[in-house]
Design a protein around this ligand. Structure first.
Ligand SMILES: C[S@@+](CC[C@H](N)C(=O)[O-])C[C@H]1O[C@@H](n2cnc3c(N)ncnc32)[C@H](O)[C@@H]1O
Length: 246
Protein backbone atom coordinates (compact mmCIF):
# COMPACT_ATOMS: atom_id res chain seq x y z
CA UNK A 1 0.00 0.00 0.00
CA UNK A 2 1.27 3.48 -0.85
CA UNK A 3 1.09 6.51 1.46
CA UNK A 4 2.06 9.97 0.19
CA UNK A 5 2.27 12.93 2.56
CA UNK A 6 2.08 16.47 1.19
CA UNK A 7 3.71 18.77 3.73
CA UNK A 8 5.85 21.85 4.21
CA UNK A 9 7.99 19.85 6.66
CA UNK A 10 8.80 16.45 5.10
CA UNK A 11 11.65 15.87 7.59
CA UNK A 12 9.10 15.69 10.42
CA UNK A 13 7.56 12.58 8.89
CA UNK A 14 10.60 10.33 8.58
CA UNK A 15 11.44 8.79 11.92
CA UNK A 16 8.11 7.77 13.54
CA UNK A 17 7.22 5.68 10.51
CA UNK A 18 10.61 4.11 9.88
CA UNK A 19 11.09 1.96 13.00
CA UNK A 20 9.59 -1.20 14.45
CA UNK A 21 6.67 -2.87 12.65
CA UNK A 22 6.15 -0.20 9.97
CA UNK A 23 9.89 0.00 9.26
CA UNK A 24 9.98 -3.75 8.68
CA UNK A 25 6.84 -3.57 6.52
CA UNK A 26 8.56 -0.91 4.37
CA UNK A 27 11.70 -3.06 4.08
CA UNK A 28 9.55 -5.99 2.95
CA UNK A 29 7.80 -3.83 0.34
CA UNK A 30 4.34 -4.19 1.94
CA UNK A 31 4.00 -0.44 2.37
CA UNK A 32 5.69 2.63 0.86
CA UNK A 33 5.60 5.95 2.70
CA UNK A 34 6.85 9.09 0.96
CA UNK A 35 6.78 12.66 2.25
CA UNK A 36 6.78 15.38 -0.43
CA UNK A 37 7.65 19.03 0.07
CA UNK A 38 4.76 21.22 -1.10
CA UNK A 39 7.29 23.94 -1.84
CA UNK A 40 8.49 21.88 -4.84
CA UNK A 41 5.20 22.80 -6.57
CA UNK A 42 5.25 26.49 -5.58
CA UNK A 43 5.96 29.18 -8.18
CA UNK A 44 8.67 31.82 -8.23
CA UNK A 45 12.09 32.30 -6.73
CA UNK A 46 10.76 32.23 -3.17
CA UNK A 47 8.45 29.24 -3.70
CA UNK A 48 5.72 30.82 -1.58
CA UNK A 49 3.07 28.42 -0.29
CA UNK A 50 1.06 30.74 1.99
CA UNK A 51 -0.33 34.24 1.96
CA UNK A 52 -2.20 36.73 4.13
CA UNK A 53 -5.95 36.16 4.61
CA UNK A 54 -8.46 38.18 2.58
CA UNK A 55 -10.58 40.20 4.99
CA UNK A 56 -7.70 40.54 7.44
CA UNK A 57 -6.87 38.63 10.58
CA UNK A 58 -3.92 36.83 12.12
CA UNK A 59 -1.83 34.10 10.57
CA UNK A 60 -1.14 32.91 7.08
CA UNK A 61 -3.33 30.82 4.81
CA UNK A 62 -2.04 28.01 2.59
CA UNK A 63 -2.40 28.87 -1.09
CA UNK A 64 -4.43 26.58 -3.35
CA UNK A 65 -2.16 26.44 -6.44
CA UNK A 66 0.80 24.46 -4.97
CA UNK A 67 -1.62 21.91 -3.47
CA UNK A 68 -3.50 21.59 -6.77
CA UNK A 69 -0.29 21.10 -8.77
CA UNK A 70 1.08 18.56 -6.29
CA UNK A 71 -2.15 16.57 -6.35
CA UNK A 72 -2.23 16.55 -10.15
CA UNK A 73 1.33 15.19 -10.22
CA UNK A 74 0.69 12.54 -7.55
CA UNK A 75 -2.62 11.48 -9.13
CA UNK A 76 -0.87 10.98 -12.45
CA UNK A 77 1.36 8.40 -10.76
CA UNK A 78 -1.56 6.85 -8.82
CA UNK A 79 -4.91 7.63 -10.50
CA UNK A 80 -6.88 5.59 -7.92
CA UNK A 81 -5.35 7.32 -4.87
CA UNK A 82 -7.75 8.77 -2.30
CA UNK A 83 -6.85 12.28 -1.15
CA UNK A 84 -7.40 13.07 2.53
CA UNK A 85 -7.27 16.56 4.03
CA UNK A 86 -6.05 16.81 7.63
CA UNK A 87 -8.26 19.32 9.42
CA UNK A 88 -9.80 19.72 12.89
CA UNK A 89 -13.04 20.47 11.02
CA UNK A 90 -13.16 17.02 9.39
CA UNK A 91 -14.90 13.81 10.44
CA UNK A 92 -13.25 12.23 13.50
CA UNK A 93 -11.02 9.36 12.36
CA UNK A 94 -12.15 5.96 13.66
CA UNK A 95 -10.99 2.34 13.41
CA UNK A 96 -13.76 1.65 10.89
CA UNK A 97 -12.24 4.38 8.66
CA UNK A 98 -8.81 2.74 8.99
CA UNK A 99 -10.32 -0.57 7.88
CA UNK A 100 -12.14 1.01 4.93
CA UNK A 101 -9.09 3.02 3.81
CA UNK A 102 -6.93 -0.12 3.43
CA UNK A 103 -9.10 -0.92 0.40
CA UNK A 104 -7.94 2.25 -1.40
CA UNK A 105 -4.45 0.85 -2.01
CA UNK A 106 -3.04 4.37 -2.20
CA UNK A 107 -3.65 7.39 0.06
CA UNK A 108 -2.46 10.98 -0.20
CA UNK A 109 -2.47 13.05 3.01
CA UNK A 110 -2.61 16.85 2.68
CA UNK A 111 -1.15 18.52 5.79
CA UNK A 112 -1.94 22.10 6.72
CA UNK A 113 0.06 24.61 8.75
CA UNK A 114 -0.52 28.14 10.09
CA UNK A 115 -4.20 29.19 9.97
CA UNK A 116 -4.98 26.28 7.66
CA UNK A 117 -6.07 26.01 4.03
CA UNK A 118 -7.61 28.35 1.49
CA UNK A 119 -11.22 27.10 1.48
CA UNK A 120 -10.99 26.12 -2.23
CA UNK A 121 -8.47 23.38 -1.39
CA UNK A 122 -11.43 21.45 0.05
CA UNK A 123 -12.75 20.96 -3.50
CA UNK A 124 -9.57 19.06 -4.46
CA UNK A 125 -9.84 16.26 -1.89
CA UNK A 126 -11.96 13.13 -1.41
CA UNK A 127 -12.39 13.28 2.36
CA UNK A 128 -11.55 15.41 5.40
CA UNK A 129 -10.38 13.88 8.66
CA UNK A 130 -9.75 15.16 12.17
CA UNK A 131 -7.90 13.33 14.94
CA UNK A 132 -10.23 14.81 17.54
CA UNK A 133 -11.57 18.00 19.05
CA UNK A 134 -8.24 19.76 19.58
CA UNK A 135 -5.98 21.86 17.37
CA UNK A 136 -2.48 20.77 16.36
CA UNK A 137 0.15 23.08 14.89
CA UNK A 138 0.18 21.04 11.68
CA UNK A 139 -1.39 18.08 9.92
CA UNK A 140 1.78 15.92 9.88
CA UNK A 141 1.18 14.22 13.23
CA UNK A 142 -2.44 13.58 12.26
CA UNK A 143 -1.34 12.03 8.95
CA UNK A 144 1.25 9.84 10.68
CA UNK A 145 -1.26 8.63 13.25
CA UNK A 146 -3.67 7.71 10.46
CA UNK A 147 -0.92 6.01 8.42
CA UNK A 148 0.08 3.94 11.45
CA UNK A 149 -3.54 2.87 12.04
CA UNK A 150 -4.15 1.98 8.37
CA UNK A 151 -0.76 0.38 7.64
CA UNK A 152 -0.99 -2.12 10.51
CA UNK A 153 -4.18 -3.46 8.90
CA UNK A 154 -2.47 -4.13 5.55
CA UNK A 155 -2.25 -7.93 5.20
CA UNK A 156 1.15 -9.24 6.35
CA UNK A 157 2.23 -6.08 8.20
CA UNK A 158 1.49 -7.29 11.74
CA UNK A 159 2.64 -10.86 11.11
CA UNK A 160 2.95 -12.64 14.42
CA UNK A 161 3.48 -9.37 16.29
CA UNK A 162 -0.22 -9.15 17.10
CA UNK A 163 -3.63 -9.60 15.67
CA UNK A 164 -5.69 -6.62 14.58
CA UNK A 165 -8.79 -8.83 14.70
CA UNK A 166 -8.99 -8.84 18.50
CA UNK A 167 -7.94 -5.22 19.05
CA UNK A 168 -10.30 -2.69 20.56
CA UNK A 169 -12.92 -1.43 18.06
CA UNK A 170 -12.29 -4.29 15.60
CA UNK A 171 -15.60 -5.89 16.59
CA UNK A 172 -17.14 -2.69 17.91
CA UNK A 173 -16.09 -3.29 21.56
CA UNK A 174 -13.03 -2.55 23.69
CA UNK A 175 -10.58 -5.43 23.98
CA UNK A 176 -10.44 -7.70 27.06
CA UNK A 177 -7.62 -7.18 29.62
CA UNK A 178 -4.24 -8.90 29.15
CA UNK A 179 -1.89 -10.46 31.71
CA UNK A 180 1.62 -11.89 31.49
CA UNK A 181 4.13 -13.27 34.02
CA UNK A 182 4.47 -13.07 37.01
CA UNK A 183 1.28 -14.72 38.29
CA UNK A 184 1.27 -12.29 41.22
CA UNK A 185 2.36 -8.64 41.13
CA UNK A 186 1.84 -6.11 43.96
CA UNK A 187 -0.66 -8.53 45.53
CA UNK A 188 -2.68 -8.73 42.31
CA UNK A 189 -3.15 -12.23 40.88
CA UNK A 190 -3.77 -13.21 37.29
CA UNK A 191 -7.39 -14.46 37.07
CA UNK A 192 -7.45 -18.25 37.63
CA UNK A 193 -9.34 -18.91 34.40
CA UNK A 194 -6.38 -17.67 32.34
CA UNK A 195 -4.14 -20.24 34.05
CA UNK A 196 -6.64 -23.06 33.58
CA UNK A 197 -5.76 -23.97 29.99
CA UNK A 198 -9.50 -24.34 29.34
CA UNK A 199 -9.87 -22.54 25.98
CA UNK A 200 -13.67 -22.33 25.88
CA UNK A 201 -13.78 -20.93 29.43
CA UNK A 202 -11.07 -18.42 28.58
CA UNK A 203 -12.98 -17.29 25.46
CA UNK A 204 -16.18 -16.86 27.56
CA UNK A 205 -14.31 -14.90 30.24
CA UNK A 206 -12.71 -12.65 27.63
CA UNK A 207 -16.01 -11.88 25.93
CA UNK A 208 -17.62 -11.01 29.25
CA UNK A 209 -14.66 -8.76 30.10
CA UNK A 210 -14.99 -7.02 26.72
CA UNK A 211 -18.66 -6.31 27.38
CA UNK A 212 -18.02 -5.15 30.94
CA UNK A 213 -15.14 -2.85 29.93
CA UNK A 214 -17.12 -1.33 27.11
CA UNK A 215 -20.14 -0.82 29.36
CA UNK A 216 -18.01 0.89 32.01
CA UNK A 217 -15.72 2.95 29.79
CA UNK A 218 -17.40 3.47 26.42
CA UNK A 219 -21.12 2.68 26.68
CA UNK A 220 -21.65 4.74 23.48
CA UNK A 221 -19.96 1.93 21.49
CA UNK A 222 -22.65 -0.55 22.51
CA UNK A 223 -25.24 1.27 20.37
CA UNK A 224 -23.52 0.18 17.13
CA UNK A 225 -21.65 -3.00 18.16
CA UNK A 226 -22.88 -6.23 16.58
CA UNK A 227 -24.09 -8.18 19.67
CA UNK A 228 -25.30 -11.78 19.92
CA UNK A 229 -28.24 -12.90 22.06
CA UNK A 230 -25.80 -14.18 24.66
CA UNK A 231 -23.93 -10.80 24.65
CA UNK A 232 -27.24 -9.05 25.32
CA UNK A 233 -28.03 -11.41 28.18
CA UNK A 234 -24.59 -10.76 29.75
CA UNK A 235 -25.06 -6.99 29.37
CA UNK A 236 -28.48 -7.19 31.02
CA UNK A 237 -26.95 -9.04 33.95
CA UNK A 238 -24.01 -6.59 34.18
CA UNK A 239 -26.35 -3.60 34.10
CA UNK A 240 -28.63 -4.95 36.82
CA UNK A 241 -25.72 -5.89 39.11
CA UNK A 242 -24.31 -2.35 38.52
CA UNK A 243 -27.69 -0.81 39.46
CA UNK A 244 -27.96 -3.05 42.53
CA UNK A 245 -24.59 -1.74 43.76
CA UNK A 246 -25.70 1.92 43.49
C1 LIG B 1 -3.27 25.44 13.52
S1 LIG B 1 -4.14 24.30 12.52
C2 LIG B 1 -5.36 25.32 11.76
C3 LIG B 1 -6.67 25.30 12.47
C4 LIG B 1 -7.74 26.14 11.81
N1 LIG B 1 -7.43 27.55 11.93
C5 LIG B 1 -9.09 25.88 12.47
O1 LIG B 1 -9.39 26.52 13.48
O2 LIG B 1 -9.83 24.99 12.00
C6 LIG B 1 -3.01 23.96 11.22
C7 LIG B 1 -3.19 22.62 10.55
O3 LIG B 1 -3.01 21.58 11.49
C8 LIG B 1 -3.77 20.45 11.11
N2 LIG B 1 -4.62 20.06 12.25
C9 LIG B 1 -4.81 20.76 13.39
N3 LIG B 1 -5.61 20.12 14.23
C10 LIG B 1 -5.96 18.96 13.64
C11 LIG B 1 -6.78 17.86 14.02
N4 LIG B 1 -7.43 17.83 15.17
N5 LIG B 1 -6.89 16.83 13.16
C12 LIG B 1 -6.26 16.84 11.96
N6 LIG B 1 -5.46 17.87 11.55
C13 LIG B 1 -5.31 18.91 12.37
C14 LIG B 1 -4.57 20.82 9.88
O4 LIG B 1 -3.92 20.34 8.73
C15 LIG B 1 -4.55 22.33 9.95
O5 LIG B 1 -4.70 22.93 8.68
Amino acid sequence: MKFDILTLFPDLCASPLSGSILGKASDRGLITIQAHNLRDWAEGRHQVTDDIPYGGGDGMVMKPEPVAKALTALRQQNPAARVLLMTPQGRTFRQSDAQRLTEAGSLIFVCGRYEGFDERIRTLVDDEFSLGDFVLTGGELAAMVMIDAVARLVPGVLGSAGSALTDSFADGLLEHPHYTRPVEFNGLRVPDVLLSGHHAEIARWRRRQQLQRTLERRPDLLDDAPLSESDRAILKELRSSHEAKQ
